[in-house]
Design a protein around this ligand. Structure first.
Ligand SMILES: C[S@@+](CC[C@H](N)C(=O)[O-])C[C@H]1O[C@@H](n2cnc3c(N)ncnc32)[C@H](O)[C@@H]1O
Length: 456
C-alpha cells in the first residue's frame, strides 16, 4: 500500500469540493443494488464507502485483499467488497444484521428466485382461504393489531413452507420490512414506543399486499446486483457462485477476533458511537421482526434467549453491561490511554453523573475491541472508520479524538481524516429513560472518517 499516495488521494477528493463526502443531490445517496433491501438503523452511504474502497484498492499492489467489517450491520461494506471481487468477512452481534448480511451476499439463480416468488404468491392465496392458528409471543397484541397478526401469520406460514433456506432468508428480509411498517411502534425512533391509541385504531395497512410489492422491489434490486457481478466477472462459470470467499459471523467481534487465526489487509467499518441504550438501539429495533422469524433460518449460533427481553441484544452489544458501576482495572486503564476521554468523563460527572458509567463502560469495551483487532491486522493494513460523535447532556463526546489516542497504544497511526455532513440520525440526545428519548432528534451533524495504517 502506498501510504503517501493514499493520503494525497483522500486529501485531493476532500479539497475538490466542500461537500464531496456529503453525497447529497443528483441521487448520489441512492441505495443501489441490494443496499435498499430492508431498513436497519444508521446504515452507511453505499456510494461513499464504494469510493473509499476504490481509493484503497487503487493504492494497493495486491488486488485480492481480505476485507473485514467487524460491525457489519446491514452489510453495506460486504456488498461493496463483493462488487470489487474481494474475500469478505462480516461480524455482528445482532441476528437481524446477520440475516441481512447473509441475504445480500448470497447468490441465487434468478430463474429459481422468480419461480419461488411465484410459488409464494400462490401459497399466500391458499392460506388466505384456510383456517390458521395465529403466531404468538409475549406482548404480540400490544405491538400488532388483530388484522396485522392475521396477515403476518399467513406470510410467516407461507415462508416456512418454502424448502430452500436461501430463498426463505430472502423472504424473511422482505418480511422484516413489512413488520416494521405494520407494527404499533412509532417510526420516529429506533426504540420501541407504542403509537397513540387513535393511530392504532385507525390501522388501515394491508400487510400481504405490502409484502408482495416489497418482494417484487427486492427481486428487481437483486437482479441488478446479480447482473453487475456477472458482467464484471465476479461469478464462477456456473453463474450461481461468487468467486471470492464469504464469511458472516453472528457473535461478539471481540471474542471472534481473539480466537480467529485469520489476519486482514483492509478493514472498513462504522462502529457503534456509544452503548445501544443511549445512542442507537439496534437491538430494540430488531426484536419485533426477530420474534416473527424462524430463528433456525438465521444462524446456528442464534440463541433465542436474547429475544426474551426488549434489551436482550442491546445488553450483549459494546458497552451493554454498564449496570455494573465498579471502576475496574480495565475501566481505569482506558481513561489512562485517552486524555480526551478522561477530561470528558470528568465533565460529564459534574453535569450528568448517571451517564458517566455508561460512557466509560462503552470505551472500556471499545478498547478491548481495538486491542483484539490490532492483532489481526497484517503490517501496513489499512483501516477506515466512519465515526459519529454522540452527545451526552448536550456535550459532544469526541470519539474522533478518543479513537486516535486509543489507537496510538496499538501501533495504529492516523494516515488522514475528513468529515461529512449528516442529517437525520434518530438518536436520543439526553438520557434514554426520560420522555425526551421518545422524540426524534438530529443530534449529529458530522461524521468523521479516519484512515489508519498498522505500523510494521
Ligand atoms: C453503526 S452500526 C453498523 C451499520 C453498518 N455499517 C450499515 O451500513 O448498516 C454498528 C453495528 O455494530 C453492532 N455491534 C455492537 N456491538 C457489537 C459487538 N460486540 N460485536 C459485533 N457487533 C456489534 C451493532 O449490532 C450494529 O449493527
Amino acid at each position: 500500500m502506498n501510504l503517501e499516495n493514499l493520503k494525497s488521494k483522500f486529501n485531493q477528493l476532500t479539497l475538490e469540493s466542500e461537500d464531496h463526502w456529503d453525497y447529497r443531490g443528483n441521487n448520489k445517496s441512492e441505495r443501489d443494488y441490494v443496499h435498499g433491501f430492508c431498513t436497519y438503523p444508521a446504515m452507511m452511504v453505499p456510494k461513499m464507502q464504494r469510493e473509499i474502497l476504490q481509493v484503497c484498492l487503487e493504492q494497493s499492489k495486491n488486488k485480492h485483499l481480505k476485507l473485514l467489517d467487524p460491525f457489519a450491520g446491514s452489510g453495506t461494506i460486504l456488498v461493496e467488497g463483493m462488487l470489487q471481487g474481494l474475500d469478505i468477512v462480516g461480524i455482528d452481534i445482532n441476528p437481524l444484521a446477520v440475516l441481512l448480511c447473509k441475504v445480500k451476499t448470497t447468490i441465487i439463480d434468478p430463474k429459481v428466485l422468480k419461480q419461488h416468488t411465484n410459488n409464494i404468491a400462490c401459497e399466500i392465496n391458499r392460506l388466505k382461504m384456510s383456517q390458521i392458528e395465529h403466531h404468538s409471543f409475549d406482548g404480540i397484541e400490544k405491538w400488532f393489531t388483530h388484522q396485522a397478526i392475521t396477515d403476518l401469520t399467513i406470510l410467516r406460514n407461507a415462508i416456512i413452507k418454502d424448502g430452500d433456506i436461501n430463498i426463505r432468508r430472502f423472504f424473511w428480509a422482505t418480511f422484516c420490512e413489512v413488520i416494521r411498517i405494520v407494527s404499533n411502534s412509532r417510526d420516529c425512533t429506533y426504540k420501541l414506543h407504542i403509537k397513540e391509541k387513535s393511530d392504532i385504531d385507525g390501522y388501515d395497512k394491508d400487510a400481504i399486499n405490502l409484502f408482495l410489492k416489497t418482494l417484487s422491489f427486492n427481486v428487481d434490486k437483486y437482479l441488478t446486483f446479480y447482473n453487475k457481478l456477472k458482467s464484471t466477472g465476479k461469478l464462477k462459470k456456473d453463474g450461481v457462485s461468487y468467486k471470492g470467499k464469504i464469511k458472516i459471523v453472528l457473535g461478539d467481534s471481540i471474542s471472534y477476533l481473539n480466537h480467529t487465526k485469520q489476519k486482514f489487509d483492509l478493514i472498513l467499518t462504522s462502529p457503534p458511537y456509544g452503548d445501544n441504550h443511549t445512542t442507537v438501539s439496534y437491538g430494540q429495533y430488531s426484536i419485533m421482526p426477530l420474534r416473527w422469524i424462524q430463528c433456525s433460518d438465521i444462524d446456528d449460533a442464534f440463541d433465542e434467549r436474547m429475544l426474551y427481553t426488549l434489551n436482550g441484544i442491546d445488553n450483549l452489544s459494546l458497552g451493554g453491561k454498564s449496570t455494573n458501576r465498579t471502576m475496574t482495572k480495565k475501566r481505569k486503564s482506558v481513561l489512562e490511554k485517552s486524555a480526551t476521554l478522561k477530561n470528558q468523563s470528568e465533565e460529564i460527572m459534574v453535569i450528568a453523573k448517571k451517564q458517566v458509567n455508561k460512557l466509560i463502560a462503552f470505551y472500556s469495551d471499545y478498547d478491548s475491541f481495538l486491542s483484539a483487532i490490532s492483532k489481526k491486522m497484517n503490517s501496513n493494513a489499512i483501516s477506515v472508520w466512519t465515526l459519529g460523535n454522540r452527545k451526552i447532556a448536550k456535550q459532544e463526546i469526541l470519539m474522533n479524538k478518543i479513537m486516535i489516542e486509543l489507537c496510538d497504544h496499538y501501533k495504529l497511526s492516523l494516515v488522514t481524516s475528513f468529515t461529512r455532513k449528516i442529517l437525520n440520525k434518530r438518536m436520543p440526545e439526553i438520557c434514554a429513560y426520560t420522555a425526551e428519548s421518545t422524540k426524534s432528534q438530529s443530534t449529529m451533524t458530522r461524521e468523521h472518517i479516519l484512515v489508519f495504517t498498522k505500523d510494521i
